[in-house]
Design a protein around this ligand. Structure first.
Ligand code: IPD
Ligand code: CA
Ligand code: CA
Length: 255
């Protein structure tokens, strides 16, 4: 199945690349920063058409068109364009993220970094890959020497979970904190060892599912902010190389 996820992620990525820099139609969701474009929708349609043709009985959980449940053991979790604000502003950092769950377990996922033409993929028990080459999380155990990444949710003006205070504590306790604007790509870069850790609140299943598998299969650790196991439905995500995890938990809890 992983080959099919890779194939359709790439095809959806071509739709996005074709639309990059062209005039877009925007529809607002919760506020002025939260919108969907005609290209998000075209990418999602391409992916859903593929699933309907090949696996018409599989469940779908897709960001723009919602959930379709056929009581199948398999669910496709789809973010057709992760990094919509970047895309709409001409910043070439965005991705397609697709995962498959069997019952509640993530068994395969791919994230396609569209403008860099990099395919990240993973299958449960088989490791994580970047353009076919095995990747691993970093070895660094010293938070002061780490490079971190985060993102801010669309309701950041309400400062959910004291997101701004957490951000400033990490800035003071690391080499730097980046904010790329695509949670899926943030997780790929934890999986390949570029970043030592990533945290964010209020993500959705489609932002995280494929990336969570990539990080785990690359040797990393995923929990919520109290060091408990989390799921794609959790509202807090901490993904690290494992070695800076406990220190990041301390900082998240202001210790
Ligand atoms: C967003 C991106 C961003 C994150 C937001 C997400 P979208 O997804 O992943 O990095 O900070 O919380 O909603 O809306 O571009 O698919
Ligand atoms: Ca997203
Ligand atoms: Ca999206």
């Amino acid at each position: 199945m992983i080959n099919e996820i890779i194939e359709i992620s790439r095809e959806a990525g071509e739709v996005i690349r074709e639309g990059f820099g062209k005039k877009l139609t925007l529809e607002y969701k919760t506020n002025i920063s939260d919108f969907v474009t005609n290209i998000d929708k075209a990418s999602e349609q391409k992916i859903i058409d593929f699933i309907k043709k090949k696996y018409p009985k599989h469940n779908i959980l897709a960001e723009e068109s919602g959930a379709e449940n056929f009581n199948s053991d398999y669910t496709w979790v789809i973010d057709p364009l992760d990094g919509t604000v970047n895309f709409a502003h001409g910043l070439p950092i965005f991705s397609v993220s697709i995962a498959i769950l069997r019952k509640k377990e993530i068994i395969a996922g791919a994230i396609y970094d569209v403008m860099n033409n990099i395919m990240f993929s993973s299958e449960k028990g088989s490791g994580s890959f970047q353009n076919g080459k095995r990747i691993y999380v970093s070895e660094n155990s010293d938070l002061d020497k780490s490079l971190l990444v985060t993102g801010f949710p669309y309701n950041i003006k309400q400062n959910p979970d004291n997101a701004i205070e957490k951000f400033s504590r990490f800035v003071l306790n690391s080499r730097g904190v980046r904010r790329l604007g695509s949670a899926a790509i943030d997780l790929c870069y934890v999986a390949n060892g570029t970043f030592d850790g990533f945290w964010e609140v209020n993500l959705h299943p489609w932002d995280m599912a494929a990336g969570m598998l990539l990080v785990k299969e690359a040797g990393g650790k995923i929990t919520d902010f109290t060091n408990n196991k989390n799921s794609i439905f959790s509202k807090q995500l901490l993904a690290t190389n494992g070695k800076v995890h406990d220190r990041m938990i301390q900082i998240l809890n202001n210790n």
